[in-house]
Design a protein around this ligand. Structure first.
Ligand SMILES: O=C(O)CCC(=O)C(=O)O
Ligand SMILES: [Fe+2]
Length: 227
């Protein structure tokens, strides 16, 4: 992906549907039964697989978009599986997540709920900003991160030394709290139907979970994540 004039000034580039459809094996990787079982075990509910997003984060140090501390709004609990496509050190935009104790404190104190905060701002909410309050997931290319991005405050640290390429696969329950915030991947429902035809038949409902939403739920338009 190049920095054409169209991309200039953007902190994060994403792959579009056509680019993702060129490599369906990436989508299929996220539909592995072993991964779905891990997610189901955590959610204790039937799982929806919300496909994936590709983020290419430019080393511009800007504290914007998913680089601000936030919680994802799709469901009460969810799982994201992130994979780094290049080595990521502390200057290369590691994924970061607040520790459980502090996260609990933030749930109790931050208003409004789901408030999005720059690093400095979140620090002001902490009882002891100098304490160890988050984990930083540095790792080599191929590192895999499992995280509940709905329950836990998280961010991609703004990269300053090196661009960071990563994939994020999304999972939540089949009856998510906010269908409007689901479907973050650029793939259309038709493309998801098409891809799921190549999967074992018992996986069809994981991918096409929207088909079984009651009422108008399934017609709620996609709220594409803008980064
Ligand atoms: O780019 C990152 O590391 C953060 C991504 C993120 O917030 C998400 O996928 O929910
Ligand atoms: Fe997020």
């Amino acid at each position: 992906m190049s920095l054409t004039p169209l991309h200039k000034g953007k902190h994060t580039l994403t792959a579009n549907a056509e680019q993702l459809m060129r490599y369906p094996e990436i989508f299929f990787w996220g539909a592995e039964k072993r991964l779905l079982n891990i997610v189901e075990n955590y959610l204790k509910l039937p799982v929806a697989y919300d496909s994936l997003s590709y983020y290419y984060s430019i080393a511009d140090g800007k504290d914007l978009g998913p680089r601000k501390w936030h919680r994802d709004k799709e469901d009460w609990k969810m799982v994201k599986i992130g994979i780094y496509l290049n080595d990521v050190d502390e200057y290369g935009g590691p994924f970061e997540c607040v520790y459980p104790e502090i996260n609990k404190f933030l749930h109790q104190t931050v208003q409004p709920k789901y408030r999005v905060m720059k690093h400095q701002e979140l620090q002001q909410h902490l009882p002891d900003p100098k304490s160890n309050w988050f984990t930083s997931c540095t790792g080599s290319a191929g590192t895999v991160v499992f995280v509940d991005t709905a329950m836990y405050y998280h961010r991609g640290k703004p990269p300053i030394a090196m661009d960071r390429a990563a994939l994020f696969f999304g999972y939540f329950s089949r009856r998510p709290k906010n269908p409007y915030f689901c479907g973050r991947s650029p793939l259309s429902r038709n493309q998801l139907h098409y891809l799921s035809e190549f999967l074992p038949p018992d996986l069809y409902d994981y991918v096409n979970w929207k088909d079984s939403l009651p009422g108008i739920g399934r017609w709620i338009p996609k709220n594409r994540l803008k980064v």
